[in-house]
Design a protein around this ligand. Structure first.
Ligand code: DHE
Length: 546
């Protein structure tokens, strides 16, 4: 296989569906399997394969593996494919040592059976998991702690299923809060009071930062697998609603912003843009709240559609569907917060959505597998305001013009490509008060790159980049792979935080860099900081500042 191991582990994070009960369906043509073999096959499939081939094996970024295709290939052929991989990106599971021969044989037979369908998850199931631990009337009416909550960081402790709230001023851990399985992202309510955290198991924790000891005040599961959560930000709707998108079932759920009571569930199953063929499991990827209208901007991955969901009347829900390109994933705003840039990652494109006019502004060709996170914004000396994305698949950073008024000839075009340290980039970051652009490369196979970041002076891009040896600064010793991931600014925009992400049984750390001098400012180490990945500064997340 040619897919670098780090990228493979990125796409193939274990799905919580591995733990859901599902049953073998009898297909007389499929090779025989015992119930135990079927169970092992199912578990392995959801842990290793579903991320690319889809829950229903209808294909996503990987090829479809439904019995109409796999049965005609036969067990022997499939075993070779699984063992040795393919240049198109299929990993070499046997020769890499990830699976043994017995498991490869089981997998070859498993994918010829009918795909077991995980259960649906509707209002009744959601309500069973919904808990209001502290009802709104029992919550404080003003901030009861002495923290500067606008400079708190919520750090994802992925493999612990927890987040750490860290005081950005003192660098002390305020608390560690239990969340969902393989927890993914945090988002802040419009007022900055509430923090919403979502796990891969679609569990949402709503945390009240006004409490003397901030803790979860409401929780719910909105499905079986998820990645995104957001809250309403339009004037008059601040803190009123929350929304979460799910990978399974393919749907999004709008909730009460005070209690997480589920109000409205909308399915995303439907037709793929372009081919207009039915897709049974279009996953919900990034969601952002519009600043122009009472709308959520919901990006549906496999069908390549951005849904502008008007939340002003949930009983007569209006949605504008903007088709662009399949595999919409992550994205962020330009500096004016009018244009939303979202990566169609396996299509090597960035889609630009005009949130004022509710229409497609452009589709921009970029490098191989763009992965912006929320992207970065700065003013380029020649091209004016630009938004930037790095790539998983190559070493470039694409700059796209964002100003159709004063820099019309550059607007929504790729105006320049910077050359970075290498491929395997996941996140890059800017801040309106900083002159620097930070670019990580956590998935690069070379440890020298995965353990450092590149910094550009945006006024002198010709000078290339400076390398900061972040993992070395953390002083964690030599054992184990450490990936340096996700630059995030503090509120003042004068320091940048990084995670040094080690294995679950190894020590990790956070490293804080002084933005002016590019020198080490602080290292945060604590046995509770297990597998830190993303971190979200409350103020910057609240106001979409980057
Ligand atoms: Fe993420 C954002 C999905 C793997 C860290 N991730 C997102 C978003 C989606 C997503 C849809 C956008 C949410 C939004 O803005 O509403 N991520 C996925 C996957 O499907 C994928 C590829 C594989 C998987 O099985 O989960 C995946 N992600 C990872 C990781 O391996 C990372 C590096 C470490 C981790 O914690 O698991 C990771 N993803 C992040 C982070 C963000 C994110 C830190 C938020 C970026 C931001 O700045 O907003």
């Amino acid at each position: 296989g040619t897919m670098p191991p780090a990228q493979q582990s990125y796409q193939g994070a274990p799905s919580p569906l591995a733990n859901e009960p599902m049953y073998q369906s009898a297909n007389p043509k499929a090779p025989k399997m015992t119930q135990a073999e079927f169970e092992l096959g199912r578990k392995t499939y959801f842990e290793r394969c579903a991320g690319c081939h889809g829950v229903l094996r209808k294909g996503a970024t990987g090829k479809p593996l439904t019995p109409d295709i796999t049965l005609s290939k036969g067990t022997d052929y499939l075993k070779v494919f699984i063992s040795y991989g393919s240049p198109a990106g299929m990993p070499n599971w046997l020769t890499s040592g990830e699976l043994d021969e017995k498991t490869v044989d089981i997998m070859a037979r498993y994918i010829q059976q009918d795909p077991p369908q995980p259960p649906e998850f509707g209002l009744a199931q959601m309500k069973q998991t919904w808990k209001v631990l502290v009802p709104p009337e029992k919550r404080p009416t003003r901030k009861m702690n002495k923290f500067n909550i606008e400079n708190i960081f919520s750090t994802t402790l992925r493999d612990a299923g927890e987040i750490a709230l860290i005081d950005g001023d003192s660098k002390q851990i305020i608390s560690v809060i239990k969340t969902g399985y393989a927890v993914h992202i945090s988002r802040t309510s419009a007022s900055g009071r509430y923090l919403f955290v979502i796990g891969r198991d679609a569990k949402i924790n709503m945390i009240d930062l006004w409490m003397e000891h901030p803790e979860t005040v409401a929780e719910i599961r909105v499905g079986l697998e998820a990645r995104s959560v957001e809250t309403s930000k339009y004037k008059g709707y601040e803190d009123k609603l929350a929304i979460a998108g799910t990978y399974w079932p393919p749907q999004f759920t709008i909730m009460d912003g005070d209690t997480l009571e589920p109000k409205k569930i909308v399915a995303t199953r439907g037709m793929v843009v372009g081919t207009q063929e039915y897709h049974p499991e279009p996953r919900v990827a990034s969601i952002v709240a519009s600043h122009y209208k009472p709308e959520f901007i919901v990006n549906v991955k496999e069908t390549g559609k951005t849904l502008m969901v008007d939340y002003s009347n949930l009983d007569a829900l209006k949605m504008t569907e903007i088709g662009s390109a399949p595999f919409l994933h992550d994205g962020g705003w330009d500096a004016t917060k009018r244009y939303f840039f979202v990566a169609a990652n396996q299509s090597n494109k960035i889609t630009v959505i005009d949130a004022k006019e509710d229409k497609l502004a452009a589709i921009v060709e970029v490098g191989k597998i763009p992965h912006p996170g929320r992207g970065a914004n700065f003013v380029h000396p020649k091209f004016g305001p630009v938004w930037a994305t790095g790539h998983l698949g190559d070493e470039t950073i694409s700059l796209i013009g964002t100003d159709p008024v004063k820099h019309k000839q550059y607007a929504f075009k790729e105006v320049a490509k910077l050359t970075g340290q290498g491929g395997g980039n996941l996140f890059l970051k800017s801040h309106p008060k900083s002159q620097h652009l930070y670019v990580d490369t956590p998935l690069n196979p070379d440890p020298a790159l995965s353990q450092s970041v590149a910094v550009y002076d945006v006024k002198n891009l010709d000078k290339g980049f400076t390398v900061l040896p972040i993992a070395q600064w953390a002083g964690l010793g030599d054992d184990g792979a450490k990936r340096v991931v996700q630059p995030e600014f503090n509120k003042a925009g004068d320091e940048v935080w990084f995670s040094v992400w080690s294995a679950k049984n190894k020590q990790s750390a956070l490293v804080v860099v002084d933005d002016k001098t590019l020198k080490l400012k602080a290292v945060i180490k604590d046995p509770r900081l297990i597998t830190p990945t993303g971190h979200f500064n409350i103020f910057n997340t609240q106001h979409d500042i980057y």
